[in-house]
Design a protein around this ligand. Structure first.
Ligand code: ARG
Length: 454
């Protein structure tokens, strides 16, 4: 493949070790778009005749069509997607093909391709994220008022609603959307024209190339453009964080669908059986989603480690950026799709939720607030309620069934209306501040997300 300088053919093992075509073929669409824009700039600079440009453009388009139809043979002898496509172009159209690589290097080419790839995949991920948000909002609306215990330390804490709980994830995914949009803005800059490291003595119109490819601007330093992969790491971080959020939802659903909680039932279509135990219905989708967050982090870490010790500018280590990048997009896209579908098909078991939320201990904090409203400092109120809880637990009596005398024996600050605290309607009505699980707040957030998500 290499001519001129070399007198020996590349060793087979080196070909096998160094090829990237087995995975970077996925960049073909972006590679071809970049080449057409580059050729058009050559035409404008008078470096190609109209006929030569047209031969290049139609040659590249015919290659694109063949790849999409599955009629293209990738060769590991040609190492990567860039050389496979360029060499096939020259085979098809002859001399003009050999002019395409003027004022360009695979170094600016690969940076361009991966930026275009990230941009396109981010757009897909954004719409899948919104699809997931829609599924959660619909479920939150369906069960907006179903009360459940909220947990801290996985211990019953205070009453919330299924609506409020699911909307927490909608908020998280909303920030994931904003983060990806922000990352997209930063990476949408054209490196083409940076050449191998120091630009070129042949000056093509970089701004025109960038505009044709839908970039917002051109990179301002050729060495930075060739060497850095921050846009890949940032993208991988954004995807990792989506993975984290999905993983926590998964953990909630694993718990909720267990007999111990019983808050939800996942559809048969989204669960699996056991080869041994006939009764089992396993939440594999949630478990896999929880597990796959690990590989998302792994992909991020592997690129960060690959890049951190590299002297400027291009080093072949950078070729290791692609498999993690592709894998993370493929992983997150399937995770979002299957989870959206699963959430849409999930049922909430209102009787189980009602039984769990009937635990009067969930209102112990409300009881302390009741004392505060009667003038008791919170720390003191906390202690007085703690004592009541101890009496209740010690005597096997539900907290709300302690008699007025029992409360008064702990403290005269308990009034005759102490039992009125144990009323869930009231508990939710009192929580009027923004962000609290008051029904009106939940309805307002549902309306907000529905108008935003369409
Ligand atoms: N396949 C290479 C990569 O992914 C393309 C750039 C090669 N550049 C070079 N100087 N060998 O990084």
């Amino acid at each position: 493949m290499w001519t001129g300088r070399f007198s020996q053919a590349t060793a087979d093992l080196v070909l096998k070790y160094g090829e990237s075509i087995s995975y970077d073929w996925k960049l073909y669409r972006h590679d071809i778009a970049g080449s057409i824009a580059h050729a058009r700039a050559q035409l404008r600079a008078g470096m190609l005749t109209q006929a030569e440009f047209e031969a290049i453009e139609s040659g590249l388009k015919s290659i694109l069509a063949d790849i999409e139809a599955g009629n293209f043979d990738w060769s590991i002898k040609l190492e990567d997607v860039h050389m496979n496509i360029e060499s096939e172009l020259t085979r098809r159209i002859g001399a003009p093909g050999a002019k395409l690589h003027t004022a360009r290097s695979r170094n600016d080419q690969v940076a361009t391709d991966t930026r275009l790839y990230c941009r396109a995949e981010i757009d897909t991920t954004l719409s899948l994220l919104q699809e997931m948000q829609r599924a959660l909002v619909a479920k939150a609306e369906q069960y907006a008022e179903v009360r459940i215990p909220g947990y801290t330390h996985l211990q019953r804490a205070q009453p919330v609603t299924v609506g409020h709980h699911l909307l927490a994830y909608v908020e998280m995914l909303g920030r994931d959307v904003a983060r990806l949009q922000d990352c997209r803005r930063r990476l949408n800059v054209s490196p083409l024209g940076s050449g191998a490291i120091a630009g070129s003595t042949i000056n093509l119109d970089r701004a025109a190339i960038a505009a044709e490819l839908g970039f917002d601007a051109v990179t301002e330093n050729s060495m930075d453009a060739i060497a850095d992969r921050d846009y890949i790491m940032e993208t991988l971080f954004c995807l990792s964080l989506i993975g984290t959020h999905l993983s926590r939802l998964s953990e909630d659903l694993v718990l909720w669908s267990s007999a111990e909680f019983g808050f939800c039932t996942l559809s048969d279509a989204h669960t699996t059986g056991s080869s041994l135990m006939p009764q089992k219905k396993n939440p594999d989708v949630s478990e896999l989603t929880r597990g796959k967050s690990g590989r998302l982090y792994g992909n991020l870490v592997s690129v960060m480690v690959a890049v951190k010790g590299l002297p400027l500018t291009y080093n072949r280590d950078l070729q290791e950026d692609k498999e993690p990048l592709f894998d993370s997009f493929e992983t997150i896209s399937l995770a979002l799709r299957v989870n959206a579908e699963m959430v849409a098909a999930m049922r909430i078991n209102e009787d189980k939720c009602a039984a769990a939320v009937a635990d009067p201990l969930l209102l112990a904090t409300d009881l302390a607030d009741y004392l505060v409203r009667r003038g008791v400092p919170f720390r003191h109120a906390h202690e007085l309620v703690g004592k009541a809880v101890a009496v209740a637990v010690g005597s096997g009596t539900p907290l709300n069934q302690l008699t007025l005398e029992q409360f008064r024996a702990i403290s005269p600050e308990y009034g005759e209306d102490v039992h009125s605290v144990f009323n869930l309607d009231r508990a939710f009505e009192l929580r009027t501040n923004p962000g609290a699980p008051n029904p009106a707040n939940t309805a307002r957030r549902i309306a907000h997300w529905k108008s935003l998500l369409g």
